[in-house]
Every structure is written in C-alpha cells, then in structure tokens.
Design a binder for this molecule. Structure first.
Ligand code: CDP
Length: 248
C-alpha cells in the first residue's frame, strides 16, 4: 500500500508530539482524534480506514470468498493499493471510498483482515513513517502499544456497548449503502461485541490498553467534552515537551 506523499510530509518541521488514541469499536476515537488534530493543527490519521480499505479491496476482488488467503495473495493485495487522505475523505486508488469502507459488509470482515500478520506489518511500517515527523493524532487499536509505544500522549477511549451501538446506528443513517438495509441497534451491538472480542484475542497486536494510557469513559460525555479533555491533555504534554527540549 502507498499513502499520499503530502500526508507523510506534513508536520515534520515543528517541535510536536504524537497523540495515540486507541479503544474498542465505536468508542468515539475517530471523531475525537479528527477534532483534536484540527485544534492542534496536526495531521489526523485514521488507521482503521487503512485496514478497512484493504478489506474493501479484498471483498471487491473476490479474495474474501476464498477459504485461505495465502501470504502471496495478501502481498499482492497490499502492493497494489494506494490510500490517500484528503480533506477528511479517504481515497482508494483515487476513488472516494469514505462511505464504502464504513458499510457493514466491510465491518464484518475487517477484523479477519486485520488479524493477518503481513497486513499488520505493512500498515505498521506506513503508520510509523507518517508519524516520524510527529505532529500527528493517530487512532486505532495498537497505536499506543505497538506502532508508537513512545507516543507522548496515549489515550484509551471506552464506552458502554449499548451507547456505542446507538452511536454507530446514527452514523450509518445517512450513509448506509446496503440497499437501504440499515442494521438494527441490537444487530450492531452484537457485531460490535464480536469485533471487540476478535480484536482483543488475536495473536498479533491485540486491542489492549498501554499501562501509561489515560483511560476516558465517553459513555456520559458529549463529543465537545471528550475533545476538550484530550486536547487539554495534549496541551499539557506539549508545554512539558517545550520546556524540556533543547531549542524548543
Ligand atoms: O470505527 P470503528 O471503531 O468501528 O473501527 P475502525 O477504527 O474503523 O477499525 C476497524 C477495524 O480495523 C477494527 O475492528 C480492527 O479490526 C482493525 N484495526 C486494527 O486492527 N488496528 C488498528 N490500528 C486500527 C483498526
């Protein structure tokens, strides 16, 4: 997979930090990360969108129907893909897939694709390259534990599963593309629970909280409150970094 060059280059110059936001499905990571990045003037990288794009490509190329994805097939899948983030949209080989990667058929298969080691190794290397200049807010499942264990600020967002299912339901309303079939809140709850289990028990980079991560339960918080909370923590870290760093 290739990523657009401009994304990789932004934020290399100034003294900046890395904000890693992890947590289970639909815990508010993407919205929080995007808004915090906007307030900080940082680049936002949605690593879930990268895993979802690979999954969409596997589905579209019929590879998911096959019983076994051999390492060769996975390599072929990854090498042919270019993912670009631009103005809050996600492009797969130049095609706007922002809605398509959120469809439920992708959600149902993404944990399987994300459990494959070659996929994880490939995306981890890209994510580390993007973050090498700092000034990024990256969200996912293993950002604070595996991709950037030295990130200055690590956040672990959690929320009650019923609340998360309701949020996902609201998100799917306008953009639902499965022939008008909107999953019920109960179905979404079951899928979210299943995906959380799959993500937590996999052998490579399972979902877990880094011991240094600040855990925030967003169940009773508004988006503004959770954004403000993470932003404040980031500003504290930036102030700390600026004081300590030579030439800050
Ligand atoms: O938005 P939502 O919480 O539904 O999930 P996402 O962030 O879009 O991630 C979709 C899936 O990608 C997760 O369920 C994981 O299986 C996988 N993922 C991962 O394994 N590692 C990451 N760093 C990000 C996502």
């Amino acid at each position: 997979m290739r990523l657009s060059q401009n994304v990789a280059d932004i934020g290399r110059e100034a003294k900046k930090i890395i904000v890693a936001i992890d947590g289970p499905a639909a815990s508010g990571k993407s919205t929080t990360a995007r808004r915090v990045a906007g307030k900080l003037g940082y680049v936002y990288i949605d690593t879930g969108a990268m895993y979802r794009s690979v999954t969409l490509r596997a589905l579209e190329s019929g590879m998911m129907d096959e019983l076994r994805l051999t390492p060769e097939k996975v390599r072929f899948l990854l090498e042919g893909i270019a993912v670009t983030f631009e103005a809050g949209r996600v492009f797969l080989d130049g095609r706007d897939v922002t809605s398509a990667i959120r469809e439920n058929r992708v959600s149902r298969h993404v944990s399987f694709i994300s459990s494959l080691k070659p996929v994880r190794d490939h995306l981890k290397a890209l994510q580390q390259e993007i973050g090498s200049g700092k000034g990024v807010v990256m969200d996912g499942r293993d950002i604070g534990t595996i991709v950037f264990p030295d990130a200055e600020l690590k956040i672990f967002l959690v929320a009650d599963v019923s609340e998360r299912a309701k949020r996902r339901h609201r998100e799917l309303l306008p953009g639902n593309r499965e022939g008008g079939l909107l999953p019920s809140i109960d179905e979404l709850k079951r899928e979210i629970e299943q995906r959380d289990r799959d993500d937590a028990v996999r052998a490579h980079a399972p979902l877990k909280k880094h011991p240094d991560a600040v855990e925030i339960d967003t169940s009773g918080l508004t988006i503004e409150e959770q954004v403000e909370c993470v932003y404040r923590l980031a500003m504290e870290k930036i102030a700390g970094t600026a004081e300590c760093g030579a030439g800050a």
